[in-house]
Design a binder for this molecule. Structure first.
Ligand SMILES: C[S@@+](CC[C@H](N)C(=O)[O-])C[C@H]1O[C@@H](n2cnc3c(N)ncnc32)[C@H](O)[C@@H]1O
Length: 249
């Protein structure tokens, strides 16, 4: 039977080299996902080490519990937002962290689950505008697309998405939603198509709507403000000589 890939950890060699986990050390993986990086850390810290694995997506917690079952006495799984890092560690009575990992963005599983609204593939077009990493959160991409004022949408697409046609896309969205609410990824994609010239779309290496979708995803999940609030906490909980790795691309 074909096994479904949840996530393939990026830069595994470099991550382990910089985190440099040693037997008996305490680590926090703030973005546990499928547990790929965590597994590599756990192998290095051995049975006397500990890893706190945090993820705001309960599906990631379930998957990593399965994948890391053989390390269950060494891992503490926490389904929470990493913005609560200091509190999480205080509640667990854990201090003096040796290493912390942030592997930012969405997992392959989140991206490839059409109904979560992250996908630009054909099978994701009927999905509602969602893009929440934590499905318990109320705020969705639908709220941004249908209720943000034009100026805020434009800024979002320019700043977070670096989308050169951000202004035109914002205008097209406003025009369409004056007639009826924009509900699906497919409807949004049609509007982005209308707002961008064909030569721009055909010249792009990746999908031409990637930048707009990324901006929406980052806003839905408040990715930059969350990181801004968490990084100082990470520095506070690390002990002298502790290591911090942040993967972003
Ligand atoms: C790129 S994946 C991590 C993959 C993981 N390193 C692995 O090897 O499988 C990012 C994960 O971080 C989680 N995540 C993103 N932002 C988060 C936040 N603010 N708090 C907690 N988890 C977050 C996502 O739900 C996702 O599962």
């Amino acid at each position: 039977m074909e096994e479904k890939v949840f996530h393939i950890p990026v830069l595994p060699k470099e991550t382990i080299e910089f985190l440099s986990p040693a037997p008996g050390e305490i680590f926090v993986d703030c973005t546990l996902g499928g547990g790929g990086h965590a597994e590599k850390i756990l192998k290095r810290i051995g049975p006397s080490g500990k890893l706190v694995g945090i993820d705001c997506d309960p599906e990631a917690i379930r998957e990593s519990q399965k994948n890391l079952a053989r390390f269950k006495d060494q891992v503490i799984f926490v389904n929470d937002n990493f913005i609560n890092l200091k509190n999480i560690l205080q509640n667990l009575n854990i201090s003096g962290i040796d290493g912390i990992l942030f592997d930012l963005g969405v997992s392959w599983h989140q991206l490839e689950t059409p109904e979560r609204g992250f996908s630009l593939k054909e099978k994701g077009m009927d999905a509602s505008l969602d893009m929440r990493m934590n499905p318990a959160q109320q705020f969705k991409a639908y709220d941004i697309v249908n209720f943000y004022p034009e100026k805020k949408l434009r800024e979002l697409f320019f700043k977070l998405g670096e989308e050169p046609f951000g202004g035109k896309i914002a205008r097209e969205i406003i025009r369409a939603r004056d007639r009826k609410k924009i509900k699906t990824c497919g409807e949004l994609l049609d509007l982005i198509r209308r707002a961008t010239p064909p030569d721009y779309r055909f010249s792009r290496k990746g999908h031409w709507a990637t930048k707009t979708f990324r901006a929406l995803r980052m806003e839905v999940n408040q990715e930059l403000p969350t990181l801004e609030e968490t990084l100082p906490q990470a520095l506070e909980v690390l002990k002298p000589g502790g290591r911090l790795v942040v993967i972003s691309f």
